[in-house]
Design a protein around this ligand. Structure first.
Ligand code: SAM
Length: 227
């Protein structure tokens, strides 16, 4: 049984995909997809031994050793050319780490047609990487679960030129367009937190002016976005 967050990640995986799930931990996502007959083949990558052992256990217990191949590897190094992976999932990490994994593994992304990314924080950085590397965002979701709000970004290599505004990088082009109730909640919480940070900065003996003006600019963008 998948969490709400991973259910939405799974919903973006095309039927019959050749998947790589990087940082798979318990391999819950590929296991659920394989049991439903949704995927042909998956590489489940893990950099750490503990989570790798968890994956092996989950795969074996569910009789999925033919469909899910566990590999102990850093980032996209888990993917081999013969895997013919067309879909990559990286979920449950910071956006900066996800961008770093994508950047270091650009060679392995050559045949990949879809990226499904779920950054816990640092979405701006991640969207900046996508833009710079010509991956166009095709859809986005906001999911609320256990008092957390998660962003899920689905992107594909683009053949046509495109760009994103500062607003789209910060809020997400689809999320900004839709402005659903969770969007408001996410950014109102951001406002509250960052207003506190701003007050602390302003009250310091030597207020960090550059940081203050940058944060003020962001808060102004948030105010405009949620009004
Ligand atoms: N993807 C699962 C999910 O969304 O529920 C698990 C997320 S878990 C919080 C993050 C996992 O990513 C950890 O098991 C960690 O070992 C793994 N990880 C972190 N950096 C990695 C890297 N460079 N390559 C592969 N796995 C990595």
């Amino acid at each position: 049984h998948l969490s709400k967050r991973l259910t939405q990640v799974a919903a973006f995986v095309p039927q019959g995909a050749r998947l790589a799930d990087i940082g798979s931990d318990h391999a819950y996502l590929p296991a659920a997809l394989a049991l439903k007959g949704r995927i042909q083949f998956t590489v489940a990558g893990e950099v750490a031994k503990g989570p790798y052992d968890n994956m092996v256990k989950e795969i074996t217990e569910n009789g999925l050793t033919k469909t899910i191949i566990p590999r102990l590897a850093n980032g996209l190094a888990a993917i081999r050319p013969t895997d013919k992976v067309d879909t990559v999932v990286i979920a449950g990490m910071g956006g900066a780490l996800i961008a770093d994994i994508l950047e270091k593994g650009r060679a392995q992304l050559a045949g990949v047609k879809r990226l499904i990314l779920q950054p816990n924080v640092g979405e701006y950085r991640l969207r900046q990487w996508l833009l710079k590397n010509s991956y166009q965002i095709m859809d986005e979701r906001l999911i609320e679960e256990d008092d957390h709000i998660y962003e899920i970004i689905m992107a594909e290599p683009s053949v046509v030129p495109f760009t994103y505004s500062e607003y789209e990088l910060m809020f997400g082009p689809f999320l900004l367009e839709k402005k659903g109730p969770i969007f408001k909640q996410k950014w109102q919480e951001y406002q509250q937190r960052q207003n506190g940070v701003l007050q602390q900065m302003a009250g310091a003996k030597q207020p960090p002016q550059a940081k203050i003006s940058q944060l003020k600019k962001r808060l102004k963008m948030v105010e405009e976005a949620i009004q």
